[in-house]
Design a protein around this ligand. Structure first.
Ligand SMILES: Nc1ncnc2c1ncn2[C@@H]1O[C@H](COP(=O)(O)OP(=O)(O)O)[C@@H](O)[C@H]1O
Ligand SMILES: [Mg+2]
Length: 369
């Protein structure tokens, strides 16, 4: 890190940005990258990452984007929306263009429209007009293969939709045609829950599902140490422990705490207990506004009653203990348990046991009483 400009860009507690330093998730990344080395159609080449807001889904896709590019893939990265198939095609054309620079120069207008391209990755007029997503992707895959490149589609904020249906169906057909294609998607836990027997749901459920969890606080501590030192911030071992532990491994909170330490300490300053307390309060306020509230907003009153009971059990309880807490007149546990697990609000790490899936949500539920 050098100069004053960079000190405040060290940590960026926002969503969807590329972190200054990507921390952890080696296993998850390696599994996906290994999939790219496996034959077309292998399961790890179609992966779905699930996680709550702030767990680092978008950051992971950005990281995979860079890594895949370095290993021979042209990448199209989109956020799911109705026009996404056109956006995917465009992204491949834009990001793949660099490999066809030479062809661009010798455009004459007589090049073979039969192959579907007028030059480089630009479709002929006829192909542009007549072909749909699948045919265009097929042509693009062949063209990229000529340069030894594969095609990787990254879809963020995935959910079931008509546009996703088209992409899913085409992906399966392209795999059937042995095209060198792979796909990684990311979404909220409930992206794969649904009552309808939808073809997209089936596709998502067949993908290799990876539930993103927290990252190691050891790695976060080591990163904090390097990062703070790089801007001359002095911090004791105890406060470094405290800062790392306070993140509980939640990526957004890691950014928040790092950010406020820098804000409140300043370049070459010394972190004190008082500063750390202020940092924790500010970070928690942001967690409340940007994580807890959005998670709780779509839930029913009874869901909240359920969650408060779990919080009163210390944030972890067996189903039996929870039922006792709720009393016999309280809502029956099973339907809430199922729904809240699907929504990624709670988890069942062991049979019969329930815990909150997001750090500090338990404390927040208690404060709301
Ligand atoms: N592995 C990571 N290393 C460093 N920062 C991360 C990591 N994962 C996420 N972040 C940061 O945490 C914040 C939230 O991540 P983001 O990917 O936007 O979450 P999501 O898409 O799951 O809501 C962002 O500021 C992001 O840069
Ligand atoms: Mg995101």
């Amino acid at each position: 890190m050098d100069g004053k400009d960079s000190i405040y860009s060290l940590f960026q507690p926002t969503f969807g940005n590329r972190p200054e330093q990507y921390i952890g998730r080696d296993g998850v990344i390696e599994q996906f990258m290994a999939g790219l080395r496996e034959p077309v159609g292998s399961r790890n080449r179609c992966t779905l990452f699930l996680g709550q807001r702030g767990m680092g889904k978008t950051a992971l896709l950005l990281e995979l984007n860079d890594l895949a590019q370095k290993t021979g893939y042209v990448v199209a990265r989109v956020t799911a929306h109705e026009g996404m198939s056109a956006a995917i095609i465009e992204q491949f054309q834009l990001n793949g263009a660099q490999y066809f620079e030479d062809e661009k120069r010798k455009v004459t207008g007589v090049t073979a429209g039969a192959l579907g391209f007028s030059f480089g990755l630009t479709f002929s007029e006829a192909a542009e007009r007549q072909y749909g997503f699948r045919a265009k992707m097929s042509l693009l895959c062949d063209k990229l293969a000529e340069k030894g490149k594969g095609a990787l589609i990254l879809i963020d904020e995935v959910r079931t939709s008509a546009a996703m249906r088209e992409v899913a169906a085409s992906y399966q057909e392209l795999v059937g045609d042995r095209k060198n294609i792979a796909i990684a998607m990311a979404g909220l836990p409930h992206a794969v829950s649904g009552v309808l027997n939808d073809s997209v749901l089936t596709f998502l459920n067949r993908a290799t599902k990876v539930e993103l969890g927290v990252i190691s606080t050891q790695l976060i501590r080591a990163y904090y140490e390097r990062a703070f030192r790089s801007v001359g911030i002095v911090i004791s071992d105890e406060l470094l422990d405290r800062a790392a532990a306070a993140t509980r491994g939640f990526p957004y909170l890691m950014q928040l705490i790092g950010y406020y330490v820098v804000q409140y300490t300043g370049e070459e300053g010394t972190v004190t207990d008082a500063i750390m307390t202020k940092v924790e309060l500010s970070a928690m306020k942001d967690m409340e506004d940007n994580v807890f509230k959005p998670i709780l907003a779509p839930l029913s009153d009874n869901d909240r009653v359920f969650l408060r009971a779990l919080a009163r059990c210390g944030g972890t309880a067996t189903t039996a203990k929870l039922q006792a807490k709720l009393g016999r007149k309280g809502p029956a546990i099973q339907p809430y348990r199922k729904r809240l697990i699907e929504a990624g609000v709670i988890e069942a790490p062991r049979r019969g046991e329930l815990v909150f899936a997001v750090p500090y949500l338990s404390d927040y539920m208690l404060e709301q009483e």
